[in-house]
Design a protein around this ligand. Sequence first.
Ligand SMILES: [Zn+2]
Length: 281
Amino acid sequence: MAEPLPTDLSFPTPRTDVWLESRYRKLRRGLPQTVFYCPRCKGDRRRRKDCPQCDGFGKLTKESVQEIIARRVLPQMQAKAGSFHGAGREDIDVLMLGRGRPFVFEVVGARRPDLDLEALRQDIVARSEGAIELAPFVRVTRERVVYWKQTNFDKIYRAEVACSAAPTPEALAAASTFAGTIVQRTPQRVSHRRADLDRIRDVRILDLRALTPDSLELRVSCQHGTYVKEWISGDEGRTSPSLSSLLQVPCTCAVLDVEEILTDDVQGPLPGAAGGSATEA
Ligand SMILES: [Zn+2]
């Protein structure tokens, strides 16, 4: 597109890069954090045309947290492109609750960098139709991307656990106080892209109670890098002890939410606190 003719002899508005830090809460399952390109054609303009996996769409979901933000930020800042840098990511079917997951949205080549960030935030959230919520944006420097990418945080999860049979009351009571280390071999689910090794992780069950005879509600605090779905199932013996082994019945994770990411400014749950919600320092 042609640049508008200058009305005076000054230079066109210069472009500048902007880094916006915030936290997102993801309230809709099935929403990925970043653009979910089709694994077969990788979204490539030419290859996707006849792709049987995505029918030429190039992506496997209509939108993502990244796209919900970018489609409002980029036109309003008159920017060329944007990059999304999250502090880790949850699986596509997992909600992100609590105070949300920190991220930095990098705006490349903005002509209008000095927008009202609060109006921008409210516009993004309103147009997401309940899919996401955002903490107020803060202008930061690019070093914050490095910080969030290189720092690991423990997390609190809430899960609904499906059991193949009702656990005994004794097993349930014993499991509900579990706190200790587990050994977790790289899950089969991710072994194609992660090195196969044993990890030692701290896990602490905060609350475990029956929902129905063969389902449970679990709240658990996990050291960073714990694969919680596999800790619940045991992943065919690759994680030990697992919730399944503690309860002495095979279990699977039916529903999972990240309830809190324990960043430095978010304290862990108070022992015995109702709902265990994290409190501010
Ligand atoms: Zn495709």
